[in-house]
Design a protein around this ligand. Structure first.
Ligand code: 5RP
Length: 222
């Protein structure tokens, strides 16, 4: 399966994390996306290292930490020790993007660069070779339940072209309002990995298992 689904655990029922992770594991999700917000880079707070540690005990699937924090280079060891397998940092949040990506890889994690909707792809020019994946935000980061920014379809396609031209294997992870209306177009544009929030995996009207199965169908567009 080349296209991957990663439930966004900020959307899970925090009173029933173990129950939900067990259900999502059984439903065959590929990995888990964990949002860390510092109240400064984005106007919200979410999960932290204690939560990563707790989830680490519940599943063997990879844990993808999306840091929405200023100067993420301060926390690479902290998240690695908590149990992270993948860690993305925002290009807008660090003065040392290349060095921090290298630091993440040296710790044995996959390294990702995340970029906000308004950030041009040119920030990736000299770091793509050290990035295992790029997190293209399709909403402004900070809150679940927002509306997809349509200009992001073209951005995905342009990034895919860049990666192909450079003969790299960097994956494109998309994050924000991915559901029935947006997933098929993101697939066509070249996205590889899909963060599942309130628009897909956590849709209120069905079980987690049914939502994961439905999301897989949206990914199968040709
Ligand atoms: O990164 C995020 C918010 O910054 C969330 O992971 C994402 O937005 C959740 O998905 P949805 O938009 O479908 O609720």
């Amino acid at each position: 399966m080349t296209k991957k689904i990663a439930p966004s655990l900020m959307c899970t029922d925090l009173g029933h994390v173990a129950r939900d992770v067990q259900a999502l594991d059984a439903a065959g999700v590929d990995y888990y996306h964990i949002d860390i917000m510092d109240g400064s880079f984005v106007p919200n707070f979410t999960l932290g290292p204690d939560f990563i540690q707790a989830v680490r005990k519940l599943t063997n699937k990879p844990l993808d930490i999306h840091t929405m924090v200023q100067q993420p280079e301060r926390f690479v060891d902290l998240f690695q020790q908590a149990g992270a397998d993948m860690m993305s940092i925002h290009a807008e949040a660090t003065m040392n993007l290349q060095g921090t990506l290298t630091q993440i890889k040296a710790c044995g994690m996959q390294a990702g660069v995340a970029i906000n909707p308004a950030t041009p792809l040119s920030v990736l020019d000299y770091v793509l070779p050290v990035a295992d994946y790029v997190v293209l935000m399709t909403v402004n980061p900070g809150f679940a339940g927002q509306k997809f920014i349509p200009e992001m379809y073209q951005k995905i396609a342009q990034l895919k072209q860049k990666i192909t031209d450079l003969h790299l294997t960097t994956k494109i992870e998309v994050d924000g309002n991915l559901g029935a209306q947006t997933i098929p177009q993101c697939v066509k544009a070249g996205a590889d990995w899909f963060v599942g929030g309130t628009s897909s995996v956590y849709r209120a009207r069905a079980s987690l298992a049914d939502n994961v199965a439905q999301t897989r169908q949206w990914l199968e567009v040709k």
